[in-house]
Design a protein around this ligand. Structure first.
Ligand code: C2E
Ligand code: CA
Ligand code: CA
Ligand code: CA
Length: 275
């Protein structure tokens, strides 16, 4: 009836109002959290399938909320991206990650570090300055730092993007394409830009062996352009075996290791390296 319809609309708008208020609250809390540096990094190892050794790790941010405990990026990264707060949060993450990498390097831990760079952070003018500051430090292992960007970062003004990527590469940083194969862009950027690494999205890996043909295609493509290929979201020994048999370079996923706190990382790596 008409009456029901009206109630429904009232109900929806109340519910949406409540949602909007909840979101405003998260936004206010996030602003405060960024100021207070309530974020930590976890690290997920990347295993080389030829040598069976951990060669790299990905930094993954977590929000250490004073009351709610550890909050995962799915709950806050998108809000930060939409509101522009990611520019400050991204800067904070970059600082933490680079400092961590420098500490590892100084203590003789020879491992690469991947850092996620969001589209808005990639567009942020401060990114190049920050990267230049770090790379100019004598103890900083620039060549061991990889920046993970998604395909949608590469849509748009190609000359502008090429310039930025060239500047980053000339400092010695590596560039990886994250979630490869899930973007809506065409693949022309592959030959246009210098890319060091492609990370096959976990949605392909989880569908092995059915997705075998498409993963084989990506492996061939990566070889053609001289990029390292990493399979993400490897959860089973069958997936790992398939990838190894098809000369995939590296694997990352729960079957190898979950993301862990820094204090546990090198113990986990030690165990993985010694089998
Ligand atoms: P991503 O960059 O694709 O990172 C991989 C995500 O998959 C991580 O989730 C990781 O914990 C999870 N994962 C790893 N292995 C497996 C597996 O075997 N199975 C499954 N189902 N999942 C696996 P996390 O840490 O919750 O991060 C989610 C997303 O949030 C990331 O996806 C990335 O887009 C974003 N994110 C995380 N940290 C950062 C950051 O420091 N900066 C930015 N800009 N984004 C970040
Ligand atoms: Ca990533
Ligand atoms: Ca990914
Ligand atoms: Ca993803």
């Amino acid at each position: 009836s008409k009456q029901d319809g009206r109630n429904r609309i009232t109900f929806f708008s109340e519910e949406m109002g409540a949602l909007a208020r909840a979101r405003d609250l998260v936004e206010i809390e996030l602003k405060r959290a960024i100021q207070n540096r309530e974020f930590i990094l976890h690290f997920q190892p990347r295993l080389c399938l030829r040598t069976n050794r951990v060669v790299s790790a990905e930094a993954l941010v977590r929000w250490q909320h004073p009351k709610r405990g550890l909050i995962m990026p799915a709950e806050f990264i998108a809000i930060c991206e939409e509101t522009g707060m990611i520019e400050d949060l991204g800067q904070l993450i970059l600082e933490m990650a680079c400092q961590t990498s420098m500490a590892w390097h100084k203590s003789g831990k020879d491992i690469e570090l991947s850092i996620n760079i969001s589209p808005r952070q990639f567009a942020d003018k401060r990114l190049l300055d920050a990267l230049r500051d770090f790379s100019s430090h004598p103890d900083f292992p620039t060549g061991k730092i990889e920046l993970e960007i998604t395909e949608n970062v590469l849509i748009g003004d190609h000359d502008f993007i090429a310039q930025k990527l060239d500047a980053i590469a000339s400092m010695g940083y590596r560039i990886a394409i994250d979630d490869f194969g899930t973007g809506y862009s065409n693949l022309s950027y592959i030959s246009r830009f210098q890319l060091n690494c492609l990370k096959i999205d976990q949605s392909f890996v989880s569908q092995l062996p059915k997705s075998g043909p498409i993963i084989s295609l990506i492996l061939t493509l990566a070889e053609q352009i001289g990029a390292t290929i990493v399979a993400e979201g490897v959860e089973t020994k069958e997936q790992l075996a398939w990838l190894r048999n098809h000369q995939c370079d590296q694997a990352q996923g729960y079957f190898v290791s979950h993301p862990v706190e820094e204090k546990d990382l090198f113990g986990v790596i030690e165990d993985l390296n010694t089998g």
